[in-house]
Design a protein around this ligand. Structure first.
Ligand SMILES: [Zn+2]
Ligand SMILES: [Zn+2]
Length: 239
């Protein structure tokens, strides 16, 4: 069992990698995290139950109807992942931008933006409509178009979930993709709608981000030195 002093030492060390200083405390995060996790587990549980009921009645689970069941050739896996990645980059940008339309935002996307300094589990904290059109459908289009195997699709969803959790985690850890871009989106609302930044560059929705301190820190750190030490704030306005 770690002592209180050891716990504080670890917390202080983690603080060096924290993006925003107004992040909620552990005590504030705990009930929220428990609530969202329970809702998600219940949904997953009922999806498995539906599949089991279908199997029990002698039907193939419905998910098997749209995906190949024959094992894919190894070379097809990266090809399927690349197509899935390209389609999600385009679809997520435009669906996310649509969710920021004033008429839609206040009814739907506002829920996700309750968190101006997000934490990992906020990646799946959204209005059900948003979860469907912006979180679940865009990653599904690529695998369906390619007729990907269900295992390739699961691999893709795992990578996508891993990536979105990192981009919401609130910490810029070494050897992991940079979360600066999406964290900046939660802070400023009208910047960085996309993933990878391609469509934001194309439509000029990253101009403020590109002139910020966060942009200088927007890279995968390959040393244990915190990026905030490499590129320190010059004024209190910098995050
Ligand atoms: Zn977000
Ligand atoms: Zn947004």
């Amino acid at each position: 069992m770690p002592t209180v002093a050891e716990y504080h030492r670890v917390a202080d060390a983690l603080d060096l990698f924290r993006l925003q200083s107004n992040m909620p405390t552990l005590r504030e995060k705990k009930p929220f995290t428990r609530r969202v996790t329970l809702v998600y587990l219940r949904r997953t549980h009922s999806a498995f139950n539906t599949q089991n009921r279908q199997r029990h009645r002698g039907h193939e689970p419905s998910i098997g109807c749209i995906f190949r069941l024959r094992t894919p050739l190894f070379v097809r896996v990266p090809y399927g992942e690349a197509i899935a990645c390209e389609t999600v980059v385009a679809l997520f940008y435009y669906s996310h931008r649509l969710l920021h339309h004033p008429r839609i935002y206040k009814h739907v996307h506002k829920v996700h933006h309750e968190w101006t300094a997000p934490i990992g589990i906020v990646s799946i904290y959204a209005h059900p409509f948003e979860h469907l059109v912006s979180n679940l459908l865009p990653p599904l289009v690529g695998p369906v178009l390619c007729g990907s195997h269900i295992a390739t699709t699961w691999l893709w969803y795992t990578l996508a979930l891993f990536s979105t959790t990192i981009s919401h985690c609130g910490y810029h850890f070494p050897f992991l993709p940079s979360p600066e871009s999406h964290d900046f989106h939660h802070l400023k609302f009208t910047q960085n709608y996309g993933v990878l930044g391609v469509f934001d560059r194309l439509h000029g929705t990253d101009n403020l981000f590109r002139s910020s301190k966060a942009y200088e820190r927007h890279f995968m750190a390959l040393s244990l030195v915190p990026v905030k030490e490499m590129y320190p704030n010059e004024s209190k306005k910098d995050t």
